[in-house]
Design a protein around this ligand. Structure first.
Ligand code: SF4
Ligand code: SF4
Ligand code: FES
Length: 293
């Protein structure tokens, strides 16, 4: 503060004082440069291994020493490197950019997509299959039930009034389309469902957050005309209402979506507290004018 007063009350011109003050403040703000600490790139990966139901061996964690400076930055890169060392390791992956949703694993106790999650700085890193799913082998789980339930909500556009299939686009206003933001990005990785306690305990009757997020996505779509039937099919004690809004699903979603919020909105629609807003424009607006896709 004394330095600041000295600057203000010297007999220098205002311009000189401003320049001096700026230099003084800049000088004060610059933090001393810390020398970078070298990070030890050696890690121990403890990976869940299981040979399948026909295997006589019990599941176990197998340790692999890996120098992570010799592979990419992501957990999937480390798994691929481990597979080079031990080709018997089995895991799913395809796109390597968080789009196909196939590389979901449980890393250090948290569900994630291995291809978009950086290798953590911990010395020991554990990788399990996503929880509460039947393990087929190693990190590969049985997704059949998950996709059967997803299929049951009829995850596609249903229209009563439609032009010849594949010939016309259905119009939607920008505002109506914005209601799908935060829903359509879901890649069905099941990180949310397998982090949900209600899905663990009632997975045969409670649909789980991913499927319910998609149910809401199709119900709220201004172009879809099957809203009443969709809502009718969800009117059940378990299908949606076993969600207790604890929001594990939202914390687990690697795409940053909010399935818990979508379910809360869906429950209001199912119970009749909210109504689906009417479409802002006629979806068949362009069908008669020859504006074809
Ligand atoms: S908010 Fe609902 S769907 Fe999400 S984790 Fe909790 S119970 Fe499961
Ligand atoms: S909502 Fe998120 S966590 Fe759940 S399936 Fe979709 S992308 Fe995966
Ligand atoms: S490999 Fe496709 S999401 Fe990870």
């Amino acid at each position: 503060m004394n330095n600041f007063r000295k600057l203000l009350f010297t007999k220098k011109t205002p311009r000189a004082r401003i320049i001096e003050f700026c230099e003084y403040s800049t000088e004060k703000k610059v933090a001393p440069v810390q020398p970078k600490q070298p990070v030890d790139p050696r890690r121990v990966f403890k990976v869940y291994r299981f040979g399948g139901v026909l295997s006589k061996e019990q599941p176990k964690l197998v340790s692999y020493d890996l120098d992570v400076s010799k592979c990419g930055r992501m957990v999937l890169d480390a798994l691929i490197k481990i597979k080079d060392m031990d080709p018997t390791l089995v895991f799913r992956r395809s796109c390597r950019e968080g789009i196909c949703g196939s590389c979901a694993v449980n890393l250090q106790g948290n569900n994630c997509l291995a291809c978009i999650t950086a290798i953590p700085p911990d010395k020991v890193i554990t990788i399990h299959p996503i929880p509460h799913m039947y393990v087929i082998r190693d990190l590969v789980v049985d997704m059949n039930h998950f996709f059967d339930v997803y299929d049951s909500i009829r995850p596609y556009l249903i229209r009563r009034n439609q032009g010849p299939l594949g010939r016309y686009q259905y119009a939607q206003s920008i505002n109506d389309n914005s209601k799908l933001v935060g829903l359509y990005e879901c890649v069905l990785c099941s990180c949310c469902a397998t982090a949900c306690p209600s899905y663990w305990w009632n997975g045969r009757r409670f649909m789980g957050p991913a499927t319910l997020l998609h149910a809401y996505r199709w119900i709220i779509d201004s172009r879809d005309e099957d809203t009443e039937q969709r809502l009718y099919e969800l009117r059940d004690d378990f299908k949606a209402f076993r969600c207790h809004t604890i929001l594990n699903c939202t914390l687990a979603c690697p795409k940053g979506l909010h399935p818990g919020l979508a379910i809360a909105k869906l429950k209001r629609l199912i119970s009749g507290l909210d109504k689906k807003p009417p479409s802002e424009i006629d979806a068949m607006k362009f069908s008669g004018t020859g504006s074809k896709c």
